[in-house]
Every structure is written in C-alpha cells, then in structure tokens.
Design a protein around this ligand. Structure first.
Ligand code: GDP
Length: 393
C-alpha cells in the first residue's frame, strides 16, 4: 500500500530516511511521499534521502534551530504553534494517491515525542485516510527523563492515531556497539519488517500474482479498531529454481519431486510462522489475546503455497485466540529468501509498557522531589540566616 511518511524528530527523520532508501533499493514502491519535521536544524541536514523541500524546520522563533532538548511539552507546544508549516509540506503530497499516513517518532526525546501526537491529531481532523503511528520506545539505560517522556507520549499518541505500531529499542539493544552504529542496524530491522508488511499490499500488475496475495485493505482492516501493534519476522534462505521454471516445465522435470517439494515448502512456511510469532517482536508481548493478526509470506512464488499459509494462519488463530487472522502471499521473485512477517494488532498483555510506566512514575516523583529540594537549597543559600539583608528591588 502507498504511504505518506512523516518523520518527527531525529529518530523519526532517520527512520523515514531509511524507508526511502529501502523503497528505492527494493523497488517496493510504498513510499508515495516522505517528510521530515524537526526543531533542530542539524538533524534535518543530516538526512540523506528525503528531498530538501520536504524537510521542515519548526519552532525557529522559540529555539532558533537548536532543538528542544528532551522537553516534550515544549515539543508539543511548538508543533501546535507551527502546524501550518508542517501542513505546507503535507499539501504537496497527492493525498488521493495515498492509502494511509504513517507518523514516525522516537518517544523518549522532545521534538518527536511531543510533536508526533499533535500532528496525528491534526491529520486525522483533516483527512479521511487512516493515520498510523510508529513509536520507538527508548532503551531502559537511557535514563528516567526519557522513560517519562516515552510513557506520556505513548499514552497520548495511542489515543490520536488509528493504530500505534511500536518498536522497543530496549529489546533490540546490542552490547559493545557504538550507539549510532547500533541505530543504523536497528533502523534496518525496522524498515525491513514494516517494508515487507506494507509492501505486501502493493503487488503490481505484471508481477507474478500468487494464489492469495495480501491486499492493502487487509492491512487496513487488521490495523483498524485501534490500539497497539507489534510485528514479528523470520526468514530462511532458499534456492530459486531456473527462472520461471520454463526449462523444468519443458522437460517435465518438476513432476517427480513435486509431492516432496510441496511438503517441504509447507513445512518451511509453518515453521517460519512459528519462529516469527515466538521470536523477537518489535514490541515484546504475550501474543495470546491479540485482537487481530495478519500473516504475510514473502518470497519467490515457487516457495509459497496456500496450504502452508493456511496452516500458519490456523496456528496463529490458536495461539492468539483471535477469530480475525488474515493471511496471504507477497510474491517477490529473485529475493533468495522466504520470510514471514506477522502483524499482531490490538495486543494488550505487554509487561514492557507496565514496567515503563512504573519507572516513569518513579522518575516523575524523583524529579518533583529534586526540584522542590533544590528550590529549598537555593533559598537557604541566597537568603541570610537572620534575614538581616534586604534585596535591592
Ligand atoms: P527528538 O529529536 O527530540 O525527537 O529526539 P530523538 O529522536 O533524538 O530521540 C528520541 C529517542 O529516540 C531516543 O531516546 C532514542 O531512544 C531513540 N532514537 C534516537 N535516534 C534513533 C534512531 O536512529 N533509531 C532508533 N530506533 N531510535 C532512535
């Protein structure tokens, strides 16, 4: 399906930038437009693939292009004040060619954390297309203020979007790597998963159309109903048979091994479905209780079959207890691997969110306490003990 991507803040901008790169590299054709919004000029300048005229610097009169630090209340205020400037960039998008908006932001910082929910609310008011969010949770080692920002932004963002897809940096943190190098890899993981998911609804005429191709309406229906989503992924390398199978069709070579091949293909698909659902999700959670799910099997058409997908779908129904599990193919010739991507929508059993909120509340209490203490300390430093001195005015 075709998306209008808006990256808010540094993380949002970088992830959208990677999406644009992924899109042109793979020919997925899902990015109809890409916009980056920031209060920090340097962050916008660091982007590589988003066109210059689609980079919007907001809050210049307030923060002079230097960003908002990690103040997400200021981020939200500036977004509200300068929403017309963001709208100016959105105006250049042919929205009738877009199936949905996707607003991307890291929730731990200031600009994206505060601004993304403001923009989502604005877009929903103006357009009839669905507005989805992709929110990135901070690592638990980033400190209290980031956790507090994320917990508050998460609450607000979920309310303002048609569905909030979540990626948890904490679950994907790698030790012994530089932070920026680590983010490059993490961002690749993000665009791979969401790229396959949204790319599935964008199979063009002329491409080999498999038996049951995922349609963009199936993605939209899985996301409709709101709430929080997570995405699982698993893949396996495969060898592609001689192109198009022409030779084997001519020589009739296929016949003898067909039965075996089918069983093997089916088994591979079912095990990839299990690995994707039970492996590392973008937001780790209990999959039982997920309200809706969508299974996408991507890969060379001869390695996809309906039986495998049907079995995988049934298995997902059992595991989630959901009656709304959709599934289909995303035929990609020449990819060299078969991958399963599972979108679990409306998940509610997410210990990580509860933990984040707990830490956020503690941080909030600490911050209040420290502020009060430092007010008192300053007071006792500045004023003389017996109150014998008088200030000038
Ligand atoms: P903002 O510019 O004020 O919105 O803040 P940032 O986007 O710089 O940071 C917000 C949070 O996003 C940080 O706390 C990190 O957890 C996360 N983050 C920053 N850069 C990246 C990135 O490139 N990829 C990912 N996945 N997360 C990032």
């Amino acid at each position: 399906m075709k998306l209008a991507l808006v990256g808010f803040g540094q993380a949002g901008g970088k992830i959208v930038d990677s999406f644009v790169d992924y899109d042109s590299r793979t020919g997925s054709d899902i990015v109809r437009a890409a916009v980056a919004v920031n209060t920090a000029k340097a962050d916008l300048m660091g982007l590589e693939n988003i066109p210059n005229e689609q980079r919007v610097l907001i809050g210049q009169s307030r923060v002079k292009g230097h960003g908002v630090g990690a103040d997400n209340e200021l981020g939200a205020e500036i977004a509200e004040e300068d929403i017309d400037e963001v709208q100016g960039a959105v105006d250049s998008i042919p929205v009738h060619e877009v199936d949905a908006f996707l607003v991307v932001a890291g929730l731990g910082g200031g600009t994206g954390s505060g601004g993304a929910p403001v923009l989502a609310k604005h877009l929903k008011r103006i357009y009839t297309e669905p507005v989805y969010g992709l929110g990135v949770l901070p690592g638990s080692d980033e400190g209290g203020i980031y956790t507090l920002n994320a917990a508050r932004s998460f609450q607000t963002f979920v309310r303002e979007v048609d569905n909030l897809m979540v990626f948890d940096n904490d679950a994907w943190r790698k030790t012994g790597e530089s932070v920026s190098g680590g983010y490059d890899e993490i961002n690749e993981e993000i665009v791979k998963r969401f790229g396959i998911l949204f790319g599935a609804g964008e199979v063009e005429a002329g491409q080999e159309v498999a038996e049951s191709v995922v349609d963009s309406s199936e993605i939209i229906n899985t996301l409709s109903g709101g709430g929080v989503s997570t995405v699982g992924y698993a893949s396996e390398e495969v060898e592609e048979r001689s192109s198009g199978g022409l030779l084997s069709r001519l020589t009739g070579d296929d016949g003898g091994s067909d039965g075996l091949d089918t069983a093997h293909t089916t088994n591979r698909i079912t095990s990839l479905v299990r690995k994707a659902a039970l492996g590392r999700l973008t937001l780790p959670c209990e999959i039982e209780g997920a309200e809706r799910a969508l299974l996408v099997m991507a890969g060379p058409p001869q390695h996809l079959n309906r039986k495998g997908i049907e079995r995988g779908r049934k298995w997902l129904e059992e595991q989630t207890g959901s009656m709304e599990v959709r599934g289909g193919d995303y035929p990609v010739s020449g990819s060299g691997f078969v991958a399963s991507v599972i979108l679990l929508s409306g998940v509610t059993n997410v210990p990580r969110i509860k933990e984040l909120q707990q830490v956020a509340i503690e941080a909030q209490d600490n911050i209040d306490e420290i502020r009060q203490e430092s007010d008192e300390n300053l007071d006792s430093l500045v004023s003389d003990d017996e109150d014998e001195l008088e200030s000038l005015f």
